[in-house]
Design a protein around this ligand. Structure first.
Ligand code: ATP
Ligand code: MG
Length: 603
């Protein structure tokens, strides 16, 4: 492609809207253009990158036995009502764009495709002989993200590869899951990314395994905790660890103490000269279930620990049936104003005790009459602990479960694992932290959708059995930008060879020199004929501008038909290392062929 004939516009300045390097680079280099919040145009160079990534994805998916298809983006509300996700996706999380057609039928723009694919499977899959199958598509997804940002990293319209497998049973699902794990590793390796596979939160569906693939980069929105021995890596949302050892409470006698201005753990521990590990912290949450009931949750956790709200949310969904509900619509820590809705009088925030009375809750049909009391494991073995006294400015010291307070029946892991915690698999290992960009997620779904939507098959014994499912996503557009986030310098993008829009660019420094033009034209033709995708910078611009642009757009190899022409050579510059060498004109093709095949991770 000749640059003189392309829509090719680069910017001198960093765009104001861009915060992270990859976003700045892609806008400046003319790869993407913002159209609206979280909405981008993929310009010709970007589209080539996206197609390169898609092609690698496609090859590895096909190799793993998956079949490509294309599912509708317009999805009838009824399907989502069957699975029970319509309200969660349109109201609670509000992530689905929903619309009403002229016949007054409700539709959603696909944020994901479990419902659609399950509807296909229940109609077409009848017998065990048809299983397992794995279907995938590469397509635009729509999500009304609350905070779209960082360019393609979190868009409201973005490209995803999503696959859904239909398996005989869990055993069979595990095999597909493992095949996807391998395919994913191949994909990310071939795209030239440094990545880490981590244990991930599977939501409230329970027991099923799930793994995320993180591209390691400081700008990543996710935090990954891992150990140096490489035996453990997890998203912080899911991570587990051993809490620090507790320090015995110095206050052994039960007493109510005046503790002015101690509404934080830090101030209280300082005031009483005790360890935060001797304190039982009582945290109040307000949760709204999809049955319309508001439940007040009183949670007990050791003073030095933080609540992991993803774990809490999962537990609250597991408790949904108690409140005739399927899921939760909202979860927050209520402030004084929020309490007016459900509390009979203002609560002593910062000084709450585990025995906060249920009669503080207003009697109303949409408010659960009792607190849902949950304890984290870290409080169960505390003795003579310190906790609130239900009175502002006062705490109880020397308290014990069983004697002074009742330990809730519901005891679960709600604590957030933190950097420096000891690892469970080996207490000599401590957790370290890294930032990651989630580019893929593989998930053993199990029976959630097949059961809700009646996707059954007849097994070998002639019994009707729900299909066991898995789902596997890759953020294609996010991945392309993540590659830049991992590979750039002050001059611009450094594309990994395998996903670069072009592999080489021939630059003519001086258009007025017929020799330069002639050599460049013939090299340009030869390279393209040899299968090396090559750009020709034949614009009427100064040489310096052309070199800057070639660096900015990040093409792996630059060929310059400059001074060395006299001795039958051209200058060849490697973008990543900036190493320049002189290569004989008739050796350029073979030189680049070798360099490019070395630069690509093997298939
Ligand atoms: P996140 O936690 O980042 O919001 P997710 O867990 O909701 O993502 P999945 O539903 O697992 O995402 O989607 C599969 C993949 O699609 C993700 O691993 C990610 O790479 C990509 N993806 C998800 N949301 C977006 C988005 N708003 N913009 C770009 N890519 C996205
Ligand atoms: Mg995910």
């Amino acid at each position: 492609m000749r640059l003189s004939q392309q829509l090719f516009v680069t910017l001198r300045e960093d765009p104001a809207e861009a915060e992270i390097p990859s976003h700045k680079c892609l806008v400046r280099a003319g790869y993407i253009r913002r159209i609206g919040s979280g909405i981008y145009a993929y310009l010709p160079l970007m589209w080539r990158v996206l197609q390169k990534v898609s092609q690698i994805v496609r090859e590895e998916m096909n190799k793993a036995g998956a079949q490509e298809c294309l599912l509708p983006q317009l999805q009838p509300a009824e399907l989502w009502q069957e699975s029970g996700r319509w309200d969660t996706y349109t109201k609670a999380e509000g992530i689905m764009f929903a619309l009403t057609d002229r016949q007054k039928r409700e539709l959603g723009l696909g944020p994901t495709h479990e419902e659609v694919i399950t509807a296909v499977a229940r109609d077409l899959i009848r017998s065990y002989r048809q299983l397992p199958v794995n279907l995938y598509q590469i397509q635009t997804k729509f999500r009304d993200e609350i905070r779209p940002r960082f360019g393609l990293m979190r868009g409201r319209e973005f490209i995803m590869k999503d696959a859904y497998s239909f398996n005989l049973d869990e055993e069979c699902l595990k095999k597909t899951y493992q095949a996807m794990d391998i395919a994913y590793r191949n994909i990310f390796r071939r795209c030239g990314l440094a990545f880490r596979a981590v244990e991930a939160d599977s939501g409230a569906i329970g027991g099923s395994a799930s793994q995320e693939f993180m591209v390691l980069a400081d700008a990543g929105e996710d935090e990954v905790l891992f150990t140096a021995d490489e035996k453990y890596a997890a998203n912080v949302e899911k991570a587990v660890s051993l809490p620090a050892d507790k320090v015995a409470s110095p206050l052994k006698k039960l007493a109510k103490k005046e503790t002015p201005n101690t509404n934080t753990i830090e101030s209280l521990a300082k005031f009483l000269d005790c360890s935060a590990t001797a304190i039982v912290k009582n945290v109040l949450y307000e949760v709204v279930y999809d049955s319309g009931i508001t439940v007040l949750v009183l949670l007990h956790i050791r003073g030095d620990q933080e609540v992991n709200e993803v774990k809490l949310q999962n537990e609250l969904v597991r408790q949904a049936s108690r409140y005739n509900a399927k899921t939760i619509l909202a979860l927050k820590i209520p402030d004084a104003a929020a309490q007016q809705k459900w509390a009979t009088k203002p609560l002593p925030l910062g000084y709450i005790a585990p025995d906060l009375e249920d009669n503080l809750l207003k009697k109303a049909s949409d408010i659960a009459p009792k607190f849902l009391r949950i304890a984290d494991h870290t409080v169960t073995d505390l003795e003579n602990f310190i906790t609130g006294a239900n009175e502002t400015g006062f705490h109880v010291v020397g308290a014990n479960w069983g004697k002074d307070f009742i330990l809730p029946e519901l005891i679960v892991d709600l604590r957030k694992a933190q950097v420096g915690d000891r690892a469970i698999h080996d207490p000599n290992q401590t957790l370290q932290s890294a930032r990651g960009i989630e580019v893929g997620h593989i998930f053993q779904l199990g029976y959630k959708y097949s059961q809700a939507m009646n996707a059954f098959y007849t097994n070998e014994a002639g019994e009707s059995t729900p299909i066991c499912m898995g789902c596997y996503g890759i953020g294609v557009s996010r991945l392309a930008q993540a590659a830049v986030e991992q590979s750039y310098d002050k001059d611009g993008i450094i594309w990994p060879v395998a996903i670069a829009p072009y592999q080489a660019i021939v630059v003519i420094p001086n258009l007025a020199d017929p020799d330069q033009v002639k050599t460049a034209e013939s090299l340009y033709n030869e390279l393209n004929q040899a299968g090396i995708e090559t750009l020709l910078d034949d614009r009427d611009e100064r040489a310096g501008v052309k070199f800057k642009d070639a660096d900015l757009i990040g093409i792996p190899y630059r060929i310059v038909t400059g001074k060395s022409l006299k001795s039958g050579k051209v200058e060849l510059v490697e973008r990543a290392s900036k190493k320049a060498s002189e290569v004989a004109i008739n050796e350029v093709v073979s030189y680049l062929k070798t360099a490019i095949s070395k630069g690509k991770a093997s298939d």
